[in-house]
Design a protein around this ligand. Structure first.
Ligand code: HEM
Ligand SMILES: *[C@@H]1O[C@H](CO)[C@@H](O)[C@H](O)[C@H]1NC(C)=O
Ligand SMILES: *[C@@H]1O[C@H](CO)[C@@H](O)[C@H](O)[C@H]1NC(C)=O
Ligand SMILES: *[C@@H]1O[C@H](CO)[C@@H](O)[C@H](O)[C@H]1NC(C)=O
Length: 498
């Protein structure tokens, strides 16, 4: 008991030094004043706010540090209080919004009645000009300028490039015959050989910046992971802290990006990629292009937002297909027929993906079940009510996508992996793995293309065994991932079409 409390405190101090200090002072004050729980005072939503500032922070951190994952915190409170509940984490009241109606209200009023909360560490990490930090008008302008490079038309140009890289990597992995983790998220220095499964990260860097060199990719990945880790840290520049490491890594990433931009401007290089499409606008009027700071901050943002999400989704897809062999067989049948319709050895094109109707449903079902982003946080900008529940100005409202995706009233037998459930259309706001409204995921097309190409090559070329069936989740991760990383061994499929 004592040791775990001590460890808990140490954990808090490492991560949230100053917050813990102010929390402790607040506990003191609270004890002195013998405050009653404020359940009754706060507008109808059940739940425990606990002591001021600290609230249920310890329970939340304990769930985050467990192998059940941080959503267990939400699950437990919902069992206790019902679907609508509130809690207090690190000084802020959070309401977990469980309904389609609630999701609709918040998405439809994004930027107006609700906004992303401001976190200094996050703004410092992704930058002032990032889509995640800028106010509404600038956000609209940047999104407008990015919509073409992220359209299906532009993304589809990247299909053959990604496909050939993937074919090569799967072939080498099979030839080595070793078990490898589908999700390689360790921080060790990966040599080019070990980067084989970094398809999500390398794919995004290739599409945005045409980086293919393994050592540059390795350095960039280490730095960008450090930046991503600093997004939720305490913003204080003391060497050794996560924030400090993140800021130093950000400087290195920016230096790399800037060097690439000047090479392109001096015409040393002109590959056809996202960065080039931005620089082609150099002579356009200011409102029709991104300035350099906007390009830099958003390059970083895109990589951070795109790579760990896609990597986790791919990992869950491999796991679900292993657990559901009928689905895997049916998917393989579709993919072999697509392979059989093409001349041997040709790369995939956009038109081939259009023929992957079952695979698209496998992707959809994977995103429904895996809930890579568990909930989408917003802050209420004013007092308001959602479905009759009173929300106070300044409260966090979290759109609980996970709860909506597991709602048996919307998805029959929700824990059952069944892609054919998407034969039917979904009602608005009941399927939201990419969010909705003005902040809808910018990378939808890219994520789908990446997953479809991966599924095609995996199932039409190989069978696999999952070498570790442990279901424990990685600790302290905000994205649910298997602690094991889902290690698999590939066997080449003996097919006549290959
Ligand atoms: C399976 C993979 C992915 C999933 C599940 C996913 C999910 C999401 C979700 C739910 C949001 C909205 C969050 C909110 O409303 O608070 C979002 C935003 C975003 N995503 Fe994705 N994403 C994925 C892949 C990607 C990729 C590949 C990219 C880009 C290369 C990307 C770029 C972004 C960006 C830039 C935003 C912020 C948009 C804005 O605020 O305007 N995502 N994503
Ligand atoms: C996290 O969990 C592990 C394993 O149960 C435990 O050893 C460790 O002390 C925990 N850390 C914190 C800060 O609670
Ligand atoms: C899609 O599939 C059909 C029938 O299986 C085939 O005739 C057609 O050529 C395919 N389209 C493409 C673009 O491969
Ligand atoms: C919000 O409601 C509370 C009482 O519930 C009131 O004290 C406060 O002034 C209101 N704030 C605004 C901005 O209307």
């Amino acid at each position: 008991m004592h040791t775990s409390l001590k460890e808990g405190l140490q954990f808090l101090i490492n991560n949230y030094g100053a917050i813990i200090l102010s929390s402790l002072i607040a506990i003191g004050i609270a004890v002195l004043l013998r405050q009653k729980g404020d359940d009754r005072r706060s507008g109808g939503i059940p739940g425990k706010l606990g002591i001021p500032l600290l609230g249920e922070t310890f329970s939340f951190l304990a769930s985050t540090n467990s192998t059940k994952g941080c959503y267990d915190f939400v699950r437990q409170r919902r069992m206790r209080h019902g679907n609508w509940f509130k809690t207090r984490i690190l000084g802020r009241v959070h309401v977990f919004v469980p309904s389609v109606e609630g999701a609709k209200t918040i998405f439809a009023n994004d930027f107006v009645l609700f906004n992303k909360g401001y976190l200094k560490s996050m703004a410092d990490a992704v930058g002032k000009k990032s889509l995640l930090s800028v106010p509404q008008e600038i956000h609209q302008r940047i999104r407008g300028l990015l919509s073409d490079p992220f359209s299906m038309n532009s993304v589809s140009k990247f299909i053959p490039k990604f496909d050939s890289e993937l074919c090569e990597r799967l072939k080498r992995l099979e030839e080595e015959g070793k078990s490898f983790r589908v999700l390689e998220f360790t921080m060790k220095d990966l040599t080019s050989k070990e980067r084989l499964m970094q398809v999500a990260f390398d794919g995004i860097c290739d599409m945005l910046l045409s980086i293919t060199d393994a050592s540059t990719l390795g350095q960039l990945e280490r730095d960008i992971t450090a930046v991503a880790d600093s997004m939720l840290s305490f913003p204080i520049m003391i060497p050794g802290t996560r924030y400090y490491k993140g800021m130093k890594a950000r400087e290195r990433v920016m230096k790399t990006f800037k060097a690439m931009i000047s090479k392109r401007r001096s015409r040393e290089e002109a590959p056809d990629d996202f960065l080039q499409s931005m620089l082609q606008r150099d002579l356009y009027p200011p409102n029709e292009k991104l300035d350099d700071e906007e390009i830099l901050d958003n390059l970083l943002t895109l990589i951070i937002a795109g790579q760990s999400t896609t990597a986790a989704a791919i990992m869950w897809c491999v796991k679900f297909l292993d657990d559901n062999r009928e689905v895997q067989d049916r998917l393989r049948e579709e993919q072999l027929s697509i392979l059989g319709n093409k001349p041997a050895g040709t790369l995939l094109k956009y038109e081939d993906l259009m023929n992957m109707s079952y695979a698209s449903k496998v992707v959809k079902e994977t995103l429904r079940m895996s809930n890579v982003l568990l909930w989408y946080p917003r802050v209420a900008l004013d007092n308001c009510t959602i479905e009759g529940y009173e929300i106070k100005k300044g409260w966090n409202v979290n759109i609980d996508a996970t709860h909506i995706h597991y709602d048996p009233a919307i998805y029959e037998n929700p824990m059952y992996f069944k892609p054919s459930r998407f034969d039917e259309m979904q009602k608005p706001y009941s399927y939201i793995p990419f969010g909705s409204g003005p902040r809808t995921c910018l990378g939808i097309n890219m994520a789908k293309v990446t997953m479809l190409v991966f599924l095609h090559r995996l199932t039409s070329g190989y069978t696999w065994t999952v070498d570790n069936q442990d279901l424990s989740l990685e600790r302290k991760a905000h994205i649910p991932r298997l602690q094991s990383g889902c290690p698999i061994t590939l066997q080449r499929l003996d097919n006549r079409n290959a």
